[in-house]
Ligand binder design. Sequence first.
Ligand SMILES: *[C@@H]1O[C@H](CO)[C@@H](O)[C@H](O)[C@H]1NC(C)=O
Ligand SMILES: *[C@@H]1O[C@H](CO)[C@@H](O)[C@H](O)[C@H]1NC(C)=O
Length: 382
Amino acid sequence: MSSGCSGLSRVLVAVATALVSASSSCPQAWGPPGVQYGQPGRSVKLCCPGVTAGDPVSWFRDGEPRLLQGPDSGLGHELVLTQADSTDEGTYICQTLDGALGGTVTLQLGYPPARPVVSCQAADYENFSCTWSPSQISGLPTRYLTSYRKKTVLGADSQRRSPSTGPWPCPQDPLGAARCVVHGAEFWSQYRINVTEVNPLGASTRLLDVSLQSILRPDPPQGLRVESVPGFPRRLRASWTYPASWPRQPHFLLKFRLQYRPAQHPAWSTVEPAGLEEMITDAVAGLPHAVRVSARDFLDAGTWSTWSPEAWGTPSTDHRDSVEQVAVLASLGILSFLGLMAGALALGLWLRMRRGGKDGSPKPGFLAPMIPVDRRPGAPNL
Ligand SMILES: *[C@@H]1O[C@H](CO)[C@@H](O)[C@H](O)[C@H]1NC(C)=O
Ligand SMILES: *[C@@H]1O[C@H](CO)[C@@H](O)[C@H](O)[C@H]1NC(C)=O
C-alpha cells in the first residue's frame, strides 16, 4: 500500500520535474543537470527544483520514508545539511505539501577549484603549447578555460613594450587533453597564459608569463646513424638530421652536441659538431660504441633537447692501412730478392766466363763490387 503510494508520488515528482525544470528556481551550477554540489565538512544547502522559491516542501532521502526536513522548517524550498559528509551524498526528493510539485536532487561533495599547475613548451620557433594539471583533486566535474594575452617587445630594451593585447582563446585540442596550443606566436613577444580551473563550486586562475625564446626546446635530432670507416680502426662517422618538427629556415638554425662511449664504459665523451655529421677519431678499436645527439637553437635560446635514442656502431676491423704496409713490404722484399737473383746470376756468369778463361780461381775481395747495392749489410728492407 505505502509502496504503491510512494511509487505514485515518484511518478508525479518525475512529471513535475519534467514540466518545471525549465523554470527552476534553483541556480543551475555548471555540471550535469539535477546534481547539486557541496564541500565536505561545510554546511550544504539543497534547493528543491520545480517549486517557487520559498514554498515550503518536505525532504526525503530517495528510497527512505523518513522525513528529513518538514515543510514547517522555515527554510522554504531549501534543505540545509550541516557539516555534510560522504554519507550525505546521494539522491533527495522534495515535494510540496499537496505532493503535486517537487523534484529530485543528487548531492555530490567535493572541493572548489585550486590554481592549476601550468607549464608551457615550444618545440619550434612559431608555436607553443601549455599543459596543466590540478594542484588538488576536487572530485567534481572540472573544466579549464584557457586564454592568453600578448605583449610585444618593441626594442632591445625589454622595458619598452606595447600595451598587451587580447585575450584570445588558447584552443584546447582535443578538448579535455589538458593542453592548449598557441599557433603563430612571435619569437620576441611576451605571453601571459591564463588557465582557469572551473567546477561547480567556483573558479581559480593561474597566470603564467612565457616567451618563446625562453621555453624553446627542440625535439631531439632524428635519423642518427653510426658507420665505421673502412681502413680506420679508430674512426666512426655519425650523421643525423634536423627534427621533423623544426622546419629549416636561415634565421632559425640548430646547433648540436654529440656524445659517444665504448660499450661498458660509463663516461661519455662530448663534442660539438659543426654540422649534421661528426667524425669520431679516438674510438676504441674493436668495441661497439653508443652515440647520441641533442639539439639547441643556434643562438642559445631556450634549452638543449633531450638526447636522441642511442645509435651503435663498431669501428672497422678491416685494417686497410696495415694491409697496405704489408703489401709494400712484400713488394720491396720481392724486388730485393729479384736483385739478389740477378746478382747471383751475374756472378755465376762471370765465374763461368772466368773458369772458361786462363785463371781458374777468383781473386779474394773481387766479388764486393759485384754484389747488388741492396744486399750490402745495412741496406734497407732485407
Ligand atoms: C606551427 O604550427 C603550424 C600549424 O600546425 C605549422 O603549419 C607550422 O609549420 C608550425 N611552425 C613551425 C615553425 O614549425
Ligand atoms: C582568466 O580567465 C578567466 C576565465 O576566462 C577570466 O574570468 C579571468 O578574468 C582571467 N583573468 C585574467 C587576469 O585575465
